[in-house]
Design a protein around this ligand. Structure first.
Ligand SMILES: [Zn+2]
Length: 233
């Protein structure tokens, strides 16, 4: 019998999509979240162009890592090839989210990485959230969404995607990810918040330098990694 996508994870992917809207990160249908089920090796993602108000868990489209539809009658989000490229290349991902949230997208449109300017950022992202390079005309003309994933993977050649679970795609917007669909959506929320803080910081003091390494390490590592001690066990 063929493997099926986990029902619990289907609910989690549905909730992650709703969270993006509830947090004001998605205007219209400009956003999508997906989840990876390691037991079945399948991905569930929002269908293309379905208004969030009409979205139901059963509308999610389940595909394999090559993008072949396994469950569902609707077409998957057009950004599916980007999500799949991240699952294929970043082992351990359980969720991916994409929005056009205003301030994170402003940094992406400016092709500017988002440096760590304070501890709020360092609590979630271990240093600068990188911006991708601009895509070449041939990468845009053919397999655009897949190539978007490829430039993200290229950007993380020297960055651990589990320590910096976010990227700003040049002239486009943010993608975030995490060990679950919930974590991926949460990282979209946090990314927009720290991007807003950075924008205000630069308005007040355009030459603000990034936080020095030891403070970034302190805040990131007390919440993440083997020696984490922040919060409840
Ligand atoms: Zn987009």
């Amino acid at each position: 019998m063929a493997l099926r996508f986990s029902e619990d994870l289907r609910q989690a992917v549905y909730q992650a999509n709703l969270r993006l809207v509830e947090e004001g990160l998605v205007v219209g249908t400009w956003g999508n979240a997906s989840g990876f089920d390691p037991a079945s090796g399948l991905v569930a993602i929002k269908p293309s162009g379905v208004p969030y108000a009409d979205l139901r868990p059963e509308h999610l489209v389940v595909v394999d890592l090559d993008g072949a539809v396994v469950e569902g009658d609707l077409r998957p989000s057009s950004d599916l090839p980007t999500h799949l490229e991240l699952y294929r290349h970043f082992p351990g991902l359980g969720g991916v989210a994409h929005t056009h949230s205003t301030v994170a997208t402003a940094f992406a449109q400016a092709c500017r990485p988002l440096p760590c300017l304070g501890t709020t950022h360092a609590d979630h992202f271990h240093g600068t959230v990188p911006a991708t390079r601009e895509m070449r005309p041939d990468e845009i003309a053919t397999d655009y969404e897949l190539n978007t994933g490829r430039v993200i993977v290229e950007t993380f050649a020297t960055v651990d995607p589990h320590h910096v679970p976010a990227v700003l795609v040049a002239h486009h917007g943010p993608f975030t990810w995490g060990p679950s669909p919930r974590a991926a959506a949460e990282n979209s929320v946090v990314l927009e918040a720290v991007a807003q803080m950075a924008l205000h910081t630069y308005a007040l003091a355009p030459a603000t330098p990034p936080v020095a390494g030891p403070l970034i390490d302190k805040h990131f590592l007390r919440k993440h990694g083997p020696g984490a001690y922040y919060g409840q066990r």
